[in-house]
Design a protein around this ligand. Structure first.
Ligand code: FES
Length: 157
């Protein structure tokens, strides 16, 4: 092996080592940013169950029997041709229904930490009634009337 090839090998080694060091530094930097950023979820978040709603007139209807809304405390994402709604069962015959489109940059809010709704895009958190609990969103989600009869929830839009 010549001195030139040895020199090139060292040079390549140093360049590779610098790339690794730079990558590690950046990874540390971004990990630090992600952990404390107000734009990332801070707790365990799961994806809401999705239910299909039937749009008729000015109402979206969804059957709750056997679904994620069957029990008090349950929550689900209801999809329909008229829109997407975050629905939670707050009592035996009481539900909340709010717009599922995040007021920050219009992602569909699909997550929950078991208590609050969480936007998957930048981590905004909303209460079950749609109030902003953590940004970057600043505006609440629109709330709709929700009536319950015969095991069918009707969302008035
Ligand atoms: S779109 Fe940014 S937090 Fe929802």
């Amino acid at each position: 092996m010549s001195d030139t090839s040895t020199y090139v090998s060292r040079r390549r080694f140093c360049a590779g080592a610098c790339q690794v060091a730079s990558g590690a530094t950046l990874a540390t930097f971004f990990a630090g940013c992600g952990g404390s950023s107000p734009t990332s979820p801070s707790g365990p978040v799961s994806t809401l169950a999705t239910l299909s709603g039937r749009f008729s007139g000015s109402t979206v209807q969804v059957s709750v029997a056997g679904s994620a809304l069957a029990d008090v405390g349950g929550a689900a994402l209801v999809e329909s041709v008229a829109g997407v709604f975050l629905v939670s069962r707050t009592g035996t015959n009481a539900f909340t229904a709010i717009d599922a489109i995040c007021t920050h940059e219009s992602c569909t809010v699909t997550g929950t930490d078991g208590t609050d709704y969480v936007c998957p895009c930048h981590g905004s958190r909303y209460s079950r009634s749609g109030r902003v609990l953590a940004g970057p969103a600043t505006a609440s989600l629109r709330q709709f009337t929700a009536t319950f009869a015969g095991d069918v929830l009707s969302i008035g839009i």
